[in-house]
Ligand binder design. Sequence first.
Ligand SMILES: [Zn+2]
Length: 637
Amino acid sequence: MRLPGSTQLILAASFLWVAPPVPAQSVAPVIRLSVDLREAPRRIFHARLILPARPGPLTLLYPEWIPGEHAPDGPVSELVGLRFTAAGKTLPWRRDDLNQYMFHLDIPEGITSVEANYDYLSPALGEGFSAGPSADSFIAALEWNLVVLYPAGQPSDSLLYQASLRLPQGWKFASALTATSQGEDHVDFAPASLTALVDSPVLAGQYLRSINLAPDVTPPHRLNIAADNVATLEMPDDQLAGYSRLVREEGALFGARHYNHYDFLLSLTNNFHANGLEHPQSSDERAPEHMFSNPEQVLLYNSLLAHEFTHSWNGKYRRPAGLATADFNQPMKDDLLWIYEGLTQYIGEMISARSGLRTADDYREALAYTAALLDHRPGRTWRSLEDTSLSAPALYNEGTRNWSSWRRSTDFYDEGWLIWLEADMIIRQQSHGQRSLDDFCRRFYGAPDSGPRVLPYTIEDVVTALNEILPYDWRNFFESRVYQINEHAPLGGIENGGWRLIYNGTPNAQIHAREDVTARADYNFSLGMSVETGAGEKNGRISDVIPGTPAADAGLAPAMRIVSVNGRAFTPAVLREAVDSAQKSTKPIQMTADNAGVGRSFDIPYHGGERYPHLERNAGQPDFLDQSLQPLIPFKP
Ligand SMILES: [Zn+2]
């Protein structure tokens, strides 16, 4: 048995430290990286690297495994125009035969430094994290892994980079990096380890606003927002207050912070793919431009910043040992993503309610939808939750997901939510409300305060820490939910929390918001499919079908386009009306659909009407779920 104090001491030897900005004792030669963003609106990032070198073979790497992306998705195909020179002469290079991220050079006698010039071409369309669309006419979100090369064979902690940036005229920037000098369109940053550089992106833009959150809290927190126009930078006061409370609530939950300052770097634009990427002292969030003002977008995105911020503790500071690699080209082990992402999902959703960024009702509607969706996944019959963690690189990369419920997806996020909710409810129930998962968070992720650093853990460390909060068979708890195959989603957290999952004809607020934002009609829990409702060719296209449901049994499949319903041309309203009126009829719903140019009719004998999931209170049980949503620092709504 290990006590918390001794745990810290034992693991102290295996800390991977992120180098402080200027390590006093370091003798590592500095690599200079200059990035020119003046053509960012044309989606070209120019880069120049000056690297100390010795005569003989030199191998350089382009980052492949990107922290937080959990996949070998470094966009090496977008690295173009690569040229090396030394002492004014071009140096030939050759890509490795087996590793497309590796470049070989032979440095001639008498050479002490090599210069590399290259471009990164940022895509205009598509998905992806750092490799997704990252620039438009007014915003550039620069993750340094896109524009860096580094010498093979040295840990990223030991390489020192001095970065500088040129910006389009009139643009401003924000970053967790320390600026040492700044001109009108030029900024020099203090030297940082390659680890810290890749973990400190820059948000640049013509319209950029920096807001101090929770000024009463030390260290400082800034919310930096870049947008495509100045009006989008406006933020309702209640949401601003909510994000300040988020800063305080996270501090109260964990009891310590592991950064010297924190910068949210938020791009509000419809031109990027919405997502977030965590870093220890900052986070790179991309969301649609009305994230703060459109009620449906608010509902979908009000936990995005909380999720990425939580990663500063769960993911960046404490990280599964298999994800704490020495450099960006070592493969990562994704087996514990159900903790890294799953617990972050639970905390991010829950703490958004504690912070008043969403109501308890909104939280429960989102939880009901998540639980229902996971419970309607036939893929559960052939693969475990752990298997989705292990398959993360493939699952992140799926693009259009037909038959997604038969595949399963990156379920370790949302099912992690359900599992960690259940762990929390068990602790609350068995300790009669005296303890909770909050105590685990403080013990595992908390004191002492520190700057960025990595303290790796194993599943055994997690089980031990949970047992210190509440003695319980945690090993079997995870074994049965994560590692074994389960036909049904783990709903014990909802039930132990004093609620139950039900279905009725009342629309679910979360589903309604998703239908609105993604232009889709959601019949997952009735017909068993979802249908695109956007204009043009997409109207009526079936985005997905769940095997074993009435739609699937009738022969419908993803990518077919519904042409008519009960003899009337398809519109979302016609389909809804058909589903509703079938409740009073014995006749099947009749559809015709186009399958890549071939038309066919389908009969769906479904009479259950619209069905949406909700949580219903079980009055016989204490409301531990509501307890978990109470702020640690009370406030008046
Ligand atoms: Zn995450």
